[in-house]
Design a protein around this ligand. Structure first.
Ligand SMILES: *Cc1c(COP(=O)(O)O)cnc(C)c1O
Length: 219
């Protein structure tokens, strides 16, 4: 059995697999594509643009990392989902570039759930502020479809489980507070090579897996 089918056999049908192909070669991506994988995730806008131009058009590209506002234009024509939105400024820029391309771009709000120091991700307070911003309803070319988070890099499974439970609870609170009538607000992007089984148990709808699929990272 291939690694892809092995991993897929452990993922329920309602959970999507994003193959994280950052730093991987065109050939490596083509090999997984050949096995039927269609969703790929990248975290550098220019690299993603180059890969998207070379690889088959029916690939669904996701942007999974921190996105700088001045890079949005590279991916706006084709990106399917932006996983890690953590500011109103970025959301406005995505809206602007989506409008230019005559598109609506789906986005997830990134929450900071790990105890580790990281610059990126919202807490509950800043997320509610963002969602209450008067300008938000005017952003007709973005659509918020859920939340994303990264668990701590640790062997402490119980700690990671609590982080995923926290993200799930943020999702539920947002759903009932801001998105009650929006059926498409339904995604919880959590789980990577080291912790995806826990994430699935805690309600993930999308796992982002790189190392397990492609072997050692090539940085
Ligand atoms: C690299 C990366 C992943 C994949 O991590 P692996 O441990 O290689 O599976 C998932 N999500 C984000 C945001 C990443 O940057």
């Amino acid at each position: 059995m291939s690694i892809l089918s092995e991993i897929k056999s452990q993922i329920p049908a309602n959970v999507r697999l994003v193959a994280v192909s950052k730093t991987q070669s065109i050939e490596a991506i083509q090999a997984l594509y050949g096995e039927g994988q269609r969703i790929f995730g990248e975290n550098k806008a220019q690299e993603l643009k180059d890969k998207a131009e070379t690889l088959p058009q029916d690939i669904e590209w996701h942007f999974i990392g921190h996105l700088q506002s001045n890079k949005v234009k590279y991916i706006a024509p084709f990106i399917k989902l932006i996983h890690a939105v953590d500011s109103l400024d970025l959301l406005q820029e995505i809206n602007k570039q989506a409008l230019k391309n005559g598109r609506v771009i789906d986005c997830l709000l990134q929450f900071k759930i790990a105890v580790e120091e990281t610059k990126f991700g919202l807490d509950w307070e800043s997320a509610s502020q963002l969602l209450a911003a008067p300008i938000l309803p005017q952003l007709q070319n973005i659509r918020l479809v859920g939340v994303m988070g990264m668990g701590s890099f640790t062997d402490d499974e119980a700690a990671v489980r609590i982080e995923f439970q926290t993200l799930k609870s943020y999702f539920e609170r947002l759903k009932s507070g801001f998105f009650v009538d929006q059926a498409d607000f339904k995604e919880i992007s959590m789980g990577m090579s080291g912790d995806y089984p826990i994430a699935i148990e805690e309600g993930s709808t999308m796992v982002r897996i790189g190392t397990l699929l492609f072997g050692a990272r090539r940085y």
